[in-house]
Design a protein around this ligand. Sequence first.
Ligand code: HAM
Length: 420
Amino acid sequence: MLTNAPRGTKDIYGSYMNTWKKLENTVNEICTNFGFNEIRTPIFEHTELFQRGVGETTDIVQKEMYSFTDKGKRNITLKPEGTAGVVRAYLERKMYADAQPTKLFYLTPAFRYERPQAGRYRQFHQFGVELFGSDKPTADAEVISLAANLLKNLGINNVELHINSLGGPECRKKYNTILKEFLSENIDSLCPTCKERYEKNPLRILDCKNESCHALLKDAPFAKDNLGTECKEHFEELLSLLDAMGIEYVVDPWIVRGLDYYTRTVFEFISNDIGAQGTVCGGGRYDKLVEECGGAPTPAVGLAAGIERLIMTMEAANGPDEYKPECDIYLGYVGENAKKTTFALVNELRKNDIYAETDLMNRSVKAQMKYANKIGSKYSTIIGDNELEENSVIIKNMETREQTNLTIKEIVKFMKQNLQ
Ligand code: HAM
C-alpha cells in the first residue's frame, strides 16, 4: 500500500518529464502567438459550480467527482475539468470589463473517478483555452486553429477533426422533441441511463456506448440537420473559415460531447494511434454558461486537450523521448582543501549558467570519473593538492579526449568559450 500510488494516477519524471516540458513550451509559444494569457485557478472549487456548470445529467457530476466536506462544512470538489473554474474567475475578477474578447489558457491537473485504462486516469492534466465575449464563428475558428497548430507543432499528424453543431437553445429544444418522438416507441428498450436521458437530456442518448441503444439510433435524426437559419449560417461560416485556413475536418453528427454546457459548435480531435481513448482534444461553444453561473449573457468558446493523451500520441508517432542528461563539466576532487576550492568553483560555474557537477558521495577518483561518464559529462577535471599548489588543472574533453592545461581561474572562461 505504502509504495503503491493510488489507482489511476501517474508519476511524471525522467524522459516522460522531458516530453512534458517540450509540450508545455510549445503550448506557451502558441498561446503567446494567438494572444491567449495564462490563468491558474484553484485545484478545488465549490461543488455547486460544477453541478451547475458541467451539468447535473453528466457522468462527471453523477459519478466521477472527487467531492468532500471540508472542516468548515463547505462542499468542495477537486476540479474535474478547467472551464467552470475559469468562468467563475472571469466573473469574480470582472474580466468582462476589460477589452473583449478575453482570451485565456491553462494547464491544470483534473480529477475524475473513472475506470482507469490506457489514456484514462483519475488524476490527469488538461491544456485548455477559453475565449469570452464573441458569438461569431471567427472565434470558434480561432480556437480550433490554435489546437490544429499545436498538434502540428507537436508532430502529431495522424488526427482527424470531427465537428458538429448542436444548435442554440431554441434549435436544441426543437431537436429534443424530434429525437424523443423518433425514440418514443422504443423507450422500454433503452438502457436505464438512456431512459433517464430521454426525460432529462435526450441528445446525450447519441453518446451511449451500449450496443442496443446504438442500434435503435440507426436512422435517428441529427441536430445539425434541424438547425434554425442563424445556427446554420454560423456553422457554415465556421466551416468556410476552416477551409480558408486549410484545416481539414469531418462533419460528424454523432459528436455531442459529455458535458451539458455546449451550444452550437462542438468538435473533437481524434487520434488513430492510441486505441479506444483516442480523443486528444475536445471543445465547443458554450453561450449560456456565463449566464448560468450568474453573469450577464456572454458568448464563449473553448477547448481542452488531455496532456497524457497528447504525449501518448507523440510517442506513438516519434517513439519515446530519450532521456539524456547533458552535464557540461564534472569536477572531481581529492582531499579537504581541494573539496573547498572545487565547491567554490562549481558554484561560480553554475552562476555563469554552466551545468556543473561534483562528488557528493565521497567516491574514489576512479569512481568519480566513472560517474562523470555515466552522466554524459562533456568535460571533466580532477583537483587535488598538486593542482592547488601549482594552480594548474587539466580539463579533459570527454568525447575527443583532448586535454587543456589551465589555471583554476581560467576554467569559467574556457567553459563559456567551448560550450558555444
Ligand atoms: P472533455 O472532453 O471532458 O472536455 O476533456 C477534454 C480532454 O481531456 C479529453 O479530450 C481528453 O483528452 C482529456 N481527458 C478527459 N478525461 C480524461 C481522463 N480521465 N484521463 C485522461 N485524459 C482525459 C472538457 O473537459 C471541457 N472543459 C473542454 C472545453 C473547454 N470545452 C470548452 N472549453
